[in-house]
Ligand binder design. Structure first.
Ligand code: CTP
Ligand code: MG
Length: 229
């Protein structure tokens, strides 16, 4: 079974700070997104790997991407992650069947394990909706009041932390994003949920962190170094 990876990479990295968007920050001598692409190219089921850049991106062309044979670059990123993903899906829909599986993966998750992605594709191949990588919440959760005091402890038994990839059929996901676009749509699954669908949770990994703050970049370097030694 083949599938397509779609990487939204059109963000500005405001929580990271600095002028260079985090997908281009140096991580072990390469731009961060290089590691994400490298991991996805090690997934044999991914027939195409499609990156969505901002139309204003002035960095991508400064690097050499020739080693990535299955790569397509689109410059149709939008104002939100969801808009970038939808732009990518609409472009893909011109050449790919609507029932193709698309795995949306944050460019900012460079430590994703190729074996985990292959396992997810195998597990969801016959699923009617699709699903996402996620991990059960480990910490005790506190609900805060306005003065930042604890209102109560929230039970965590059924809580999972969403990761990516998130795997859905091309036409289903494009339709759900078109119908539900708004600030509450912070991942692909939430768009499907809004239509009453119930995506599957596939066990992810704590190593599959999203680089958001400066400390995450250090953690990502440690994870990748540990994997390569
Ligand atoms: N993304 C995107 N288009 C946007 C916003 C985000 O393609 N308009 C991408 C980012 O490039 C990243 C992924 O979505 O790979 C996850 O988003 P996030 O971690 O929030 O990245 P940024 O939006 O760049 O960071 P911040 O929210 O701190 O500004
Ligand atoms: Mg963001």
């Amino acid at each position: 079974m083949s599938a397509i990876a779609l990487l939204p990479a059109a963000g500005s990295g405001s929580r990271m700070g600095g002028a260079l968007p985090k997908q281009y920050l140096d991580l072990l001598g390469k731009p961060l997104i290089w590691h994400t692409l490298h991991a996805l190219h090690a997934v044999p089921e991914l027939a195409r790997i499609v990156v969505v850049l901002s139309p204003d991106d002035g960095w991508w062309d400064g690097y050499d991407w020739q080693s990535f044979a299955r790569l397509t670059v689109l410059r149709c990123g939008g104002d939100s992650r969801a808009a970038s993903v939808l732009g990518g899906l609409q472009a893909l829909a011109m050449s790919e069947p609507g029932n193709s599986w698309v795995l949306v993966h944050d460019a900012a998750r460079p430590c994703v394990d190729p074996a985990l992605v292959s396992g997810m594709i195998a597990q969801l191949a016959e699923h009617p909706v699709g699903g996402i990588l996620a991990v059960p919440v480990a910490d005790t959760l506190k609900l805060a009041d306005a003065a930042r005091h604890i209102d109560h402890t929230h039970p965590r038994d059924q809580l999972w932390q969403a990761q990516t990839p998130q795997m859905f059929r091309l036409a289903d996901l494009a339709g759900a994003l078109e119908a539900g676009m708004g600030p509450d749509i912070t991942d692909e699954a939430s768009a499907l949920e809004k239509l009453g669908q119930s995506p599957a949770l596939v066990m992810g990994s704590p190593w599959n962190l999203k680089v958001t703050y400066p400390q995450d970049l250090q953690l990502a370097a440690l994870i990748l170094q540990a994997r390569n030694t």
